[in-house]
Write a protein that binds this ligand. Sequence first.
Ligand code: PLP
Length: 367
Amino acid sequence: MQVTSWDSHKEPFMYPHKEIVHGGDVLSAMEKTGRSALLDFSANVNPLGLPESVRHAVIQGLEQSTSYPDPLCRSLRCALSQYEGVPHPYILCAGGANDLIFRLAYALRPKLALLLAPTFAEYELALTQANCRCIHHMLREEDAFLPRPSLVQEAENCDLVLLCNPNNPTGALIDPALMEQVLDTCIRTGAVLAVDECFLDFLPNEEEHTLKKKLEHYNKLIILRAFTKIFAIPGLRLGYALSSGTELLRKMDQAGPSWNVSVPAQLAGVAAIKETAYLQKTRCLIATERAWLQEALSALGLKVYPGAANYLFLRCQDRSLSEKLMEQGVLIRDCSNYRGLEPGYFRVAVRNRMENTALVRAMKECL
Ligand SMILES: Cc1ncc(COP(=O)(O)O)c(C=O)c1O
């Protein structure tokens, strides 16, 4: 990343109220190390980078940006309807999955929500801001951080169950039979079941795990998806929700400002979903590189947990691993600030062979 208008050698440039808790914070790492370039394994973005057609669409979108974006995202929702095989009224587009998470919290204003722990921190942040109490299904190291059957009972009294599949940071998939039981419980109690499937596109067998096929069965099921990671556009901000509960989608739409999906983002989305060869190449690359990286890191004595996403979750005796790697210009995600984790847990993205080799080499230096 090139920084032009801001000098990293001066005072740290922070909001007094804002602590950065996620991966991908390359600028803070530049501030800390004084380096102008870092290899970023802390954000789980497609290593193939932006598809060429998406780059063109963004440029075209820029030229059309003298007009407001279509607030109904008509072209994008039509394209998504074909791509996902769901009717367009079941689709709500937004400025990234995180926009949808906050809109969901404010549209529903649930009293009690069930989350996994550890999981993506923004769920709890959004829900507590909407005055919701969160309870947690604590994932345990001895279960390889897989959810247990007790998840079903814990869902009983909640008005919202929000699950991440595969989970971040563990990469673990929820057993489809267990997911089905949770869905049955929600149908019986009337709770909303929200499933964040933002990393499911990286899997060759995503059809076995998506809850898309259940959308028609239950109108309080909502699936969150994003273009962010799979099409390598975190800077553009584009995500969408799928639900047959069109009233819920309407409330989510109205829970935040209009025009939240820019013209370049809408055009990028239309172009991206035509990229079938890119998607196939991505899935092959991730499957191969995931296996390679897992083996290489295990050979260094790191404990790598089983998972399925485009990142690996690992444990290292040396709790300062990420700091040491940062000194070498490599950024990984220290997971100690996730609820339910302690220092010593880390997450690394799966990237291309050259970058993965550089990561393994840097790790060897540190361990
Ligand atoms: C599980 C999960 N969901 C949602 C998001 C946010 O996605 P977006 O950048 O599309 O808002 C992230 C970002 O890291 C994530 O890990």
